[in-house]
Design a binder for this molecule. Structure first.
Ligand code: GAF
Length: 388
């Protein structure tokens, strides 16, 4: 196991013992993720290229003999408690994730007893690296193991996605939960949401590194704009289907179909989708040939498409991308994740990472008076659990 993760499990487990007076009997963990390319493609059954990163949510748990549930957030020093079968209204959003997971699990697999748990995490929140999916996936893994539920990994990630839909009211796709569960150390995943299957490619980047830069902003409209995009592409698909009977789903739509869409905004959304899927395949090819200059160009093209056609960027993200692209040792850069804030991902020569970071930090502070945070994450295995 990753030694960093082991250390965090140790400290979460000690905290559990302090809070609940005995050691946990079960540990589960789930990582955050990056996404190299393939953005806003998941709910449109397209392609993405994610990988899990060395930032995790950890759940330490011990079943109880009664029907009581007690979950402590070590980060927030906050506790939620209720009794199974009695009314409970979750408060803050961490409680919604927890309550959503427990309720969806309980409805399907019937929790016959309560439990106590501590949740801790170091996945940056609101940075576009999937802190919320990491909570859901870690907790669902913990529940599956603690209650010996006969649930395969794909069912698990779909149940986590339901938490987003039903308890957070965000119609997100499966990218985050899937990457958190199925990633492999040192690999990037080529993820096909139509087949719900993934291939793994070597992420050896030779002289290059993936650098994330956090805008430190998150727009309030992110959730509503996200749902708007889900609606727009679904409506466009219906129209194309009604005009061309050979089109059954998103993946049958080609560039030629775009003119069949009467709404010009929906045309742009579908153009992003069709071309972004092509870019994921081209990026996989560039990666296999270790053609990093080409890979960088694809990243930048993805950003332009997300900015102009999908319209999910924001001034801070555009600024970080444009600033990164001024530098000769940056091959490409784009916004990452849902957008309207969060972070960018750039492909930077390893020997220039320091210069790159300094330049971006200085320029961003000058423009926005915000200190960005830059990270070069390790790619790690997906979620897991074990009994103690
Ligand atoms: C967010 C969503 F949760 C994902 O499902 C995905 O759509 C992503 O935005 C954009 O690619 O992370």
């Amino acid at each position: 196991m990753n030694t960093e993760l082991e250390k965090y499990i140790q400290s979460t487990s000690s905290y559990f013992e302090e809070k609940y007076g005995a050691a946990p009997t079960l540990v589960a963990y789930a990582p955050g993720r990056i996404n190299i390319i393939g953005e806003h493609t998941d709910y449109n059954l397209g392609l993405s290229m994610p990988a899990a990163i060395n930032r995790w949510v950890i759940v330490c748990l011990r079943p109880r003999p009664d029907q009581n549930i007690s979950v402590t957030s070590q980060n927030y020093h906050d506790k939620m408690e209720y009794t199974l079968g009695q009314d409970f209204t979750p408060g803050d959003s961490w409680e919604k994730y927890v309550y959503g997971c427990i309720t969806i699990f309980n409805n399907q697999y019937n929790l016959n007893k309560g439990f106590e748990a501590v949740i801790w995490g170091n996945v940056p929140i609101g940075s576009g690296v999937s802190s919320s999916a990491a909570i859901e996936v870690a907790l669902m893994n913990a529940l599956r193991a603690a209650y010996a539920a006969d649930m395969d990994d794909l069912t698990l990630v779909k149940m986590c996605q339901r938490v987003e839909h039903e308890y957070l009211k965000v119609n997100s796709g499966l990218l985050d939960q899937y990457a958190s569960q199925f990633s492999r150390e040192g690999k990037l995943m080529i993820l096909d949401f139509n087949q719900l299957s993934s291939d793994y490619v070597d992420a050896d980047m030779k002289d290059w590194a993936w650098i994330l830069a956090d805008t430190k902003v998150k727009r309030e409209l992110a959730g509503s704009k996200y749902s708007e995009r889900v609606r727009e592409t679904a409506d466009a698909l219906q129209e194309v289907k009604s005009k061309d009977s050979s089109v059954q789903g998103f993946r049958d739509i080609t560039e030629e179909h775009i003119t069949l869409i009467s709404d010009s905004v929906q045309q742009k959304r579908i153009r992003h989708l069709v071309l972004e899927n092509q870019r994921v395949l081209q990026a996989a090819e560039a990666l296999s040939q270790k053609n990093f200059e080409e890979l960088g160009k694809l990243l930048t093209a993805s950003h332009q498409s997300l900015r102009d056609d999908y319209e999910v960027s924001c001034p801070e993200l555009d600024f970080l991308v444009d600033t990164a692209l001024q530098l000769p040792y940056c091959a490409g850069s784009r916004m990452m994740g849902g957008g309207f804030g969060g972070c960018t991902i750039s492909l930077v020569r390893k020997d220039a990472v320091h210069k790159f970071s300094n330049f971006l930090t200085d320029e961003y502070a000058r423009e926005y008076d915000i200190v960005t945070e830059l990270n070069n994450y390790q790619l790690v295995d997906g979620a897991g659990s074990y009994k103690i």
